[in-house]
Design a protein around this ligand. Structure first.
Ligand code: UDP
Length: 234
C-alpha cells in the first residue's frame, strides 16, 4: 500500500485492489483553514467510527456513498473517486459563517433548507460561489449542479431523521462528492461532528467542532457522547 495523499485529518492509501482506497483517520484537529490545530489522541478513532456508522445508515436508506467497510478503529475502505472541488453546505438553522455574511441571528430557523456551494481552495480560503462561478470554473454543468443540490437535500432529510432519533438537531453540515470511474457522482469524504453542527434538542449545547473552534472544552468527550447516542439508536 502506498500513500496517495495526506490531508489535515486523513491519510489516503492505495490498496491491492484497483479503484479501492484505504482511509486512515489521524488524531489531528484543525479549524480556520489550519490557523488553529492540535494533536488529540483518540480523535481519529472517533471520526472513523462515527463516519462509518453514518455512511452505513445512509446506505441502509438506499443512499450510496464511496464507503465500503470499516476495517479497524481508525481505518476504512472506500471506492476511489475524483473529488469535486466543492464543499456543499446544507443549513437548517443559522450558525457560523451565514450569521456573519447575511446577518441572520444564530438559531434562526430557515423556512426551508438552504444549499450553498463553497469552492474547495485553501489558497482562496474556500469562498462561497454561485452556480455561474461553478460553470465558468468548469467544475460542473447545470445537470450536475442540480444533481448535487438534490442529493444534498435528500441526505439532509435522512440525517435530520437520524439526529432526531438521537434527540439532537442538525443545524448545518458540509459534504463532498466524487466522480467514480464510471462517471457517476457519489457522496464521499466524511460526515462527522467535524463537518456538521449538531445541537441538543432543547438547547444550543454543541455536539460538534464548535466546542474546539470556540475553546469550550474537550471534543474527545463531546464526540464520544455523540458516538454513544449513535450506537444507542434502536
Ligand atoms: N464545514 C466543514 N469544513 C469547512 C467549512 C465548513 O466541514 O472547511 C462545515 C462546518 O462544520 C459547518 C458547515 O460546514 O457544519 C457550515 O460551516 P460555515 O460555512 O458556517 O463555516 P464556519 O463557521 O465553520 O467557518
Amino acid at each position: 500500500m502506498s500513500l496517495l495523499y495526506e490531508g489535515k485529518a486523513k491519510r489516503i492509501f492505495t490498496t491491492e485492489e484497483e479503484n479501492v482506497l484505504k482511509v486512515e483517520y489521524k488524531d489531528e484537529v484543525t479549524a480556520g483553514n489550519g490557523a488553529k490545530k492540535d494533536h488529540l489522541p483518540g480523535k481519529g478513532r472517533l471520526n472513523n467510527l462515527i463516519t462509518s456508522k453514518i455512511f452505513e445508515y445512509l446506505n441502509d436508506q438506499g443512499l450510496k456513498s464511496h464507503f465500503i467497510e470499516r476495517i479497524s478503529e481508525t481505518e476504512q475502505i472506500v471506492e476511489q473517486v475524483e473529488i469535486i472541488p466543492l464543499e456543499v453546505v446544507v443549513r437548517n438553522i443559522a450558525a457560523g459563517s451565514i450569521t456573519k455574511r447575511l446577518g441572520f441571528e444564530k438559531g434562526h430557523k430557515f423556512n426551508e433548507p438552504l444549499v450553498e456551494f463553497f469552492y474547495k481552495n485553501d489558497d482562496l480560503n474556500d469562498p462561497l460561489i454561485t452556480d455561474a462561478h461553478i460553470k465558468v470554473l468548469e467544475i460542473a454543468d447545470d445537470k450536475d449542479i442540480e444533481a448535487l443540490q438534490s442529493a444534498a437535500l435528500e441526505i439532509n432529510n435522512h440525517l435530520q431523521q437520524l439526529m432526531s432519533k438521537m434527540d439532537l438537531r442538525l443545524v448545518d453540515f458540509k459534504i463532498e462528492f466524487g466522480r467514480t470511474k464510471y462517471g457517476n457522482l457519489i457522496l464521499a469524504d466524511e460526515i462527522s461532528p467535524d463537518t456538521c453542527r449538531i445541537w441538543a434538542q432543547d438547547s444550543d449545547e454543541n455536539f460538534d467542532k464548535d466546542v474546539y473552534r470556540e475553546d469550550r472544552g474537550s471534543i474527545i468527550d463531546v464526540y464520544q457522547s455523540f458516538l454513544n447516542k449513535l450506537e444507542d439508536i434502536k
